[in-house]
Design a protein around this ligand. Structure first.
Ligand code: IFM
Length: 740
């Protein structure tokens, strides 16, 4: 039987960063890192806000809130906190069915043992509230002081982001207000406690903190419970965040902790009704995939319309809290199948970031945002979406996105300029949603405009040589980021063709319905896009002994040094050096960072014989570093499509365990790059549904072609397809799909 709980017993200080990610709780509005309550900024605690960005000293990044969870204990006047005082027992756990974090710590003191237990959750029912409960017990008459409040000195990668910080006591409650530097967005964090035992309470403001001091003496063996509520609002949510935060605090206190927790649990149970995956015979796989789903649910924006999900979820400021292609390619499919309203929101974010130029107060020039503007800046037409999209579609990707470990100097990278496949991911997400859900209202005027503008972008990238009839796309970076500025990337060209072909269909339908935006000449665009789609050069499976059936990743790839992954790894002079760029160890070799041709084949598998799919899987897998968490899932899914679930299995587990296992990349030099990996979580889910269960649509009907790995006796889950819910049951012999 599974537990729905992960645990970490014992205390190891150096694990703080990793556990902060693994034990994350969140509700789409905010994410609370799974760190200990007594941690200050140097141990990476954070309550990370969705969709509020700021720039002060370096990169623009999402804002971490004043830490309303901050707390520690004093016993007989001595401070008891980690890591300063070693405990005799300590552990944390996460109930990932309900997003509840627990901690227990027992310290030995001069007069006896004291135990602190805490519980906390980010309200799923009411996203502006964080609930916390402390339970303290001792085996002697301990003189306890529970210190809890709001720490305004927060962990930032490139902060500080908050100014005009004010800390005020408000009778029994306290409230911190502040403003972001760049846009002056006001934020308010209010906090209140309720002790269920007679206690003396004081408030103090000290060292960037506003704190309650709760004094009481324990009876041996009794447990003393203190409840705490933290409420959060910003100027983006309401006109007066401070008043709203205080008001909600009062309301939460009146309703009580247990009521809040019960409603929170109920909301999670509703989410699991459509999302849970049951696997008989392989508990480890079942737990890993449901844990992945937990993360996706914890970061899904439910409270507002104009948000998408960053590549590291709500686990902090890594990757600038930006939205990448990860969302459309890896997360949208999961939400379309289990919670289409969320998938729709994620896609509408791209409509909002299509072209509106937003000028922020301080950084007028480089925050001119929007996909249309980005394309124009490079001399292209149409919509070139931000590679690292922040609010308003501002591209947060810098020209120098990597620091050279040898010189300490920034290295020119071309991710922002050349990963043109980002716009195709947006179109893919929209069309995948429409096809799966049947909700073509997403293809209203804005949807048509987005797709047409993306098609115009690819059209404007096309090149034709005087000696050739076909069209090419040069100077790009495909999914494999180690090979920059290459020509005719197999993935990019195929995705461009997909966009052009679908733009023709979308224009046709819009013309019939009279919904084509007035600025377009439908006939002319259709003719141009159809011609481009037909003549666009695609890398084809090679013939000939050496590369029989292999699709070359880009022009000249086969001429690059064909050397093993281990040899390339052995050439590293520093374990942290970057493998790509001008001097990278992989740049002139066939070693690639992540699935590239394999990603293309997975998306368009129906266009190729199994022999081609297999040959490419076998050719590229040993040449792939899997240096991105996006890679393994693509190999897993394609392995299922060639009928090899056993080969898929380790890649599926790698994806599903991306946030569970030790050893992920956490630091690049001095820059923290850790965080959660929601794209890998989405890939793990898709491997179960599309890979192992083989769910797909044929003539508008849901069908399955299962390929279960040996360890899985039975697989069961629900999907929402075209507004109807289906229960899928697969065993080693057959699969059934039943409409509920
Ligand atoms: O989008 C990915 C990219 O493909 C590889 N580097 C990390 C990004 C964010 O996950």
């Amino acid at each position: 039987m599974r537990e729905w709980t992960i645990r970490e017993e014992g205390y190891e200080e150096e694990k703080a960063a990793a556990l902060g990610n693994r034990y994350l709780t969140g509700n789409g509005y905010l994410g609370i890192r799974g760190t200990l309550e007594e941690y200050e900024a140097d141990r990476l605690p954070a309550i990370n806000l969705a969709g509020i960005y700021d720039r002060s000293t370096g990169w623009r990044e999402p804002v971490n809130l004043p830490n309303g969870c901050f707390s520690y204990l004093r016993v007989d006047g001595e401070m008891y906190r980690l890591p300063e005082v070693r405990p005799i027992s300590h552990g944390i756990s996460l109930d990932y069915r309900h997003g509840i974090f627990h901690r227990h710590t027992t310290w030995h003191t001069a007069r006896g043992n004291v135990t602190l237990r805490t519980e906390r959750f980010a309200g799923m029912d009411q996203v502006h509230v964080i609930g916390m409960r402390f339970q303290i017990s001792a085996d002697f008459h301990a003189d306890i002081e529970l210190v809890t409040g709001i720490d305004t000195k927060v962990w930032d990668l490139n902060g500080p982001h908050l100014e005009k910080i004010s800390m005020q006591g408000q009778q029994d409650d306290m409230v911190v207000t502040a403003q972001t530097h760049e846009e002056g967005i006001s934020i308010a964090v209010a906090e209140g406690v309720l002790a269920s035992y007679p206690a003396e309470m004081k408030q103090i403001v000290k060292d960037h903190k506003i704190l309650h001091r709760i004094f009481f003496i324990t009876m041996p063996g009794e447990t003393y419970t203190t409840d705490k509520w933290i409420t959060v609002f910003t100027g983006k949510d309401v006109v007066n965040p401070r008043e709203e935060a205080l008001h909600l605090l009062q309301q939460s206190r009146t309703e009580g902790y247990d009521t809040l927790l019960e409603r929170h649990n109920r909301r999670w149970e509703e989410l699991w009704k459509h999302a849970e995956v049951k696997i008989r015979g392989d508990v480890k796989a079942m737990e890993a995939v449901n844990y992945s789903i937990y993360h996706l649910q914890s970061i899904a924006p439910r409270h507002t319309d104009s948000l998408s999900i960053p590549a590291r979820g709500l686990s902090g400021q890594t990757y600038k809290g930006a939205v990448f292609w990860d969302t459309e390619m890896f997360m949208v499919p999961y939400f379309a199948m289990t919670n289409p309203a969320i998938a729709r929101k994620l896609l509408e974010y791209r409509y909002k970031t299509l072209g509106k130029a937003r000028i922020l107060m301080k950084y007028r020039i480089d925050t001119l945002a929007g996909a249309l503007r980005k394309a124009a800046n490079y001399g292209y037409e149409g919509a070139f979406y931000a590679w690292e999209s922040q609010e308003g579609g501002y591209d947060a990707c810098t020209d120098y996105n990597v620091t050279d470990v040898f010189t300490g100097r920034p290295m020119r990278t071309y991710f922002k300029d050349k990963q043109v496949h980002i716009s195709a991911a947006v179109v893919y997400g929209i069309l995948r949603y429409v096809e799966w859900t049947g909700d073509d209202s997403l293809l209203d005027t804005e949807g048509v405009r987005t797709i047409v503008e993306c098609a115009k972008f690819y059209y404007s990238l096309l090149l034709r040589r005087l000696t050739r009839e076909d069209y090419e796309i040069h100077d790009v970076i495909g999914p494999d980021e180690y090979h920059e500025r290459i020509n005719n990337n197999g993935y990019t060209n195929r995705m461009a063709k997909y966009v052009l072909e679908n733009a023709v269909k979308v224009i046709e339908t819009a013309m019939q319905r009279g919904t084509l935006p007035e600025e377009y000449d439908g006939q002319e665009l259709k003719a141009k896009f159809a011609d481009a789609a037909e003549k666009l050069f695609l890398q084809r499976p090679h013939t000939g002994e050496k590369h029989e059936n292999i699709i070359e990743q880009f022009d000249g790839y086969f001429q690059m040094e064909d050397v093993s992954l281990e040899d390339v790894r052995g050439r590293l002079l520093n374990e942290k050096e970057y493998w790509g760029g001008a001097n990278g160890v992989a740049s002139h070799t066939q070693i690639i960072k992540q699935a590239d041709v394999v990603t293309m084949l997975n998306l368009f598998s129906r266009e190729y014989d199994t022999s081609v799919l297999r040959a490419n899987w076998e050719y590229y897998e040993p040449r792939t570093e899997h240096g991105s968490s996006l890679s393994a899932g693509m190999y897993a899914m394609l392995a299922c499509k060639i009928g090899e679930p056993q080969r898929a299995y380790p890649f599926f587990m790698k994806s599903a365990m991306a946030d569970l296992k030790e050893g992920g990349k956490e630091w690049a030099g001095l820059v923290y790059i850790g965080g959660t990996h929601p794209a890998a979580a989405g890939a793990a889910y898709m491997t179960v549904v599309e890979g192992f269960a083989g769910i797909c649509t044929e003539n508008g009907r849901l069908v399955c072609h299962p390929h279960l790995p040996q360890s899985m006796e039975e697989l069961e889950f629900s999907v929402i397809y075209q507004n109807r819910e289906y229960r899928v049951h697969i065993d080693q012999k057959e699969g059934t799909i039943t409409e509920l």
